[in-house]
Design a protein around this ligand. Structure first.
Ligand code: CA2
Length: 145
């Protein structure tokens, strides 16, 4: 069974609680539940993590070298700053899909240019929480054809 590690960066624990006009009303726990349901339907094994700490996210990306076949990551605010996460992702051999709930390209300049995208296999943004489901479906398809 393909193992997928889903990683969420800083402040995503506040989803659904603050700024619903940008990020919607779905909570991170609801996203976790829908990812777990979808993964079961696709026969993928998922783990779901959130951290507000860059080093902890780097440790998780490194651990994926042993523990996962693919990564889905919403790096949140670290998208725009973290060379350490870019380097860790480059050391991971499987596919890495970057997900953003909002359309970062339609945001202010601070939120537009993700450094993580340089190291990602693919990027999904602007589809709301469905982006995580789309990423799982893409990973389930990868390697089939
Ligand atoms: O759209 C996304 O998924 C983002 O990765 C979310 C990040 C933002 O910095 C990126 O530009 C796009 C921010 C996550 C913060 O989430 C909050 C949720 C509720 C209230 C405050 C922050």
């Amino acid at each position: 069974m393909k193992r997928v590690m889903i990683l969420n960066g800083p402040n995503l624990n506040l989803l659904g609680v603050r700024e619903p006009h940008i990020y919607g009303t779905t909570t991170l726990d609801e996203i976790r539940q829908s990812c777990e349901r979808e993964a079961a339907a696709l026969t993928l094994a998922v783990t779901f993590h959130q951290s507000n700490h860059e080093g902890e996210l780097v440790d998780l990306i490194q651990s994926a070298r042993q523990d996962a076949d693919a990564i889905i990551i919403n790096p949140a605010g670290y998208s725009f700053t973290s060379i350490a996460m870019v380097d860790a992702i480059k050391a991971f051999e499987g596919p890495v899909i970057e997900v953003h709930i909002s359309n970062i390209h339609a945001r202010d300049e601070l939120h537009q240019h993700s450094k993580i995208s340089h190291a990602a296999t693919g990027v999904i943004c602007g589809l709301g929480p469905y982006g995580y489901i789309a990423a799982l479906r893409a990973l389930a398809e990868t390697g089939k054809r």
